[in-house]
Design a protein around this ligand. Sequence first.
Ligand code: 3H9
Length: 690
Amino acid sequence: MPSMTKVRYEVRGRVALATIDGPPVNALGAEVRAGLADAVERANKDAGVTALVVAAEGKAFIAGADISEFGKPPVAPSLPDLLDAIAGSSKPVVAAIQGVALGGGLEVALACHGRVALTGAKLGLPEIKLGLIPGAGGTQRLPRLIGAAKAFPMMLSGEPVSAGQALEYGLLDEVVSENVVAVASQLAETLAATGAGRTAADRLTEADREAFEALAAEALKKAEGAPNVPALVEAVRSVFSLPFAEGLAVERRLFLELVADERSKALRHVFFAEREVAKLPGIGPEVKPREILSAAVIGAGTMGGGIAMCFANAGIPVTLIETAQAPLDNGMNRIAAIYDISVQRGSLTPEARAQRLKRITPAVGLTAAAKADIVIEAAFEEMGVKQSIFTGLDKVAKPGAILASNTSYLDIPTIAAATGRPQDVLGMHFFSPANVMKLLEVVRTKEVADDVVVTAVALGRRLGKVPVVVGNGFGFVGNRMLEQRTRATERLLVAGALPHEIDAALTGFGFKMGPCAMADLAGNDIGWRSRKARGLKASVADAICEAGWFGQKTGRGYYLYPQGARAGQRDPEVEALIARISAEKGVTRRSFTSEEILARLLDPMVNEGARILEAGIAARPGDIDIVWINGYNWPAWRGGPMFWADSVGLDVIAKRLEALAAETGDKALEPAPLLQRLAAERKGFGSLKG
Ligand code: 3H9
């Protein structure tokens, strides 16, 4: 029997008060459930008590079921049983809500006989975001209380509503600006005296059903194979056709099916990985960020312009610096044009556009960076260029200013060595388009000061990014693994697969685009230039570039793009070229299934991920997953490459890599020692946590 220390029970006058005290967010773990069940029982047994109020300490009322308990053996009382006890209590129970009431937390409130909330409270059922549906009566009680046409969109979006909105919906009885527990106690006594309780099944009218069905039809059309949307529709629909208890049983069955589904497991993994990634190994809470009131960005190209926009969008004044007026004007025009598109689309008002543009000050010459609290260099990707910029910055930047490079591949300590202040230098690697993509790799060197890392992470969040701290090393985390996928693509093309087959395998997996379409979009010449600089060759990719087929911008690449088409069409010439290259290499082409293609593309990435972990470039497997989900469109419901590898089985992946290494004679494809060890122990990367 778990201890009940997380719920305090006391009696104030004739009303009992159960206060949840389960920091950080009062999730409904076993102890909290047991404490609440005990409070309901005690209040019902105590002749001196007429009603019960459920309240909570801290910033949240209740953040929901304890997500970390899902998939583990159940511990009584279950949440549905607890809520049955609350709803069936002979003495009225009233919820006193402050902060967030989410998921199971709102379901607790819904099972109560009355609900009072403090201004600023937020109420929602976010289960959909975890690949689930509400599983403790939410799909049955909320529609009965406020009508299915209002309840369904709340559950479908997962977004919480404000206390004011909830009051308007009839979800709350009262909203108060203070003394929420006292007001809830008064309501509880009134309910006890009058015997009144909310029976709102009359909200379920024919008009409501029709409105719900229209919303449901639209939601199902957009569901794109997500299993929980049809489940949500089925559960809510049953409020119109089944008695309450049977509806609850339908909801329970669907909820349990979804909890067991690999897609929800992946989304739950991502939820925790997103929070883990914020914890910086070896840096305690005593390390405070430096103040950032202004910024400068060096280089007004696509990347620099996008980064400047991030600052302007976040309300931070930024100076955009170039070496000459012409590229600066081009850069500013490009930024204005991007904002124009947002205004045309209606996502930005003309006033906001003007304000944002005003925050960007164009300037020629590095001295314009003198007053900035942070300078981000986004110049040409060449060490000499970077070093001369950092030497210049060292002369002009104020003491304590953070000097960051947006390099994708280059060695940060070498860049930092161009200054006399390596403790202030780090990498801040944005992803293109920088004003859109969420990922920010914060590259931590051995020399950089802890508060600089903390500042970069805090700033990243202010800019709306997902910052992931990574170690220094070629390509850091994301591009280092991407290179493995690019090489795998080349191998597959030579061995017998065609561009559209490779791309289809990845889009079938859930990516928005495959590697060939992606290369055509980004420009094949980028990789070509980088290979040449490093003395590397890729027969097919090089031949395509030698033919001048750089991708969409030239109308052809791996595919044809007639008349500026955005979706590529198969190109017989490219396919013949690939076949010729295979023949020249003496390769007899063979066909590959989608599964084989996937394994050949993804296994080497996982292997590289293992090496990245061995080298300490990423602190945790989950960090790698967050990089790939936020920077490279890895589908979140597949959990990221390391989670995916665990779900396939590391022993399976290790065997496949051994076979690939033998077939190609490429020793680099042999399983990394960490992968081998975990596979032999029959463990996953997930076992490395904590
Ligand atoms: C559900 O309720 C199912 C039911 O319908 C049916 C059941 C039968 N569980 O985000 P933060 C941890 S499904 C376990 O950094 P914030 C979190 O990991 C649930 N742990 O704070 C972190 O731990 P740590 C539906 C949880 O202030 C710490 O709390 N509910 C849970 O930025 C602080 O979190 C949801 O989906 C949880 N439910 O945001 C709500 N929630 O410090 C999920 C949080 O060790 N939660 N933790 O890293 C949230 O949206 C945000 O956490 C919240 C606070 C807005 C509450």
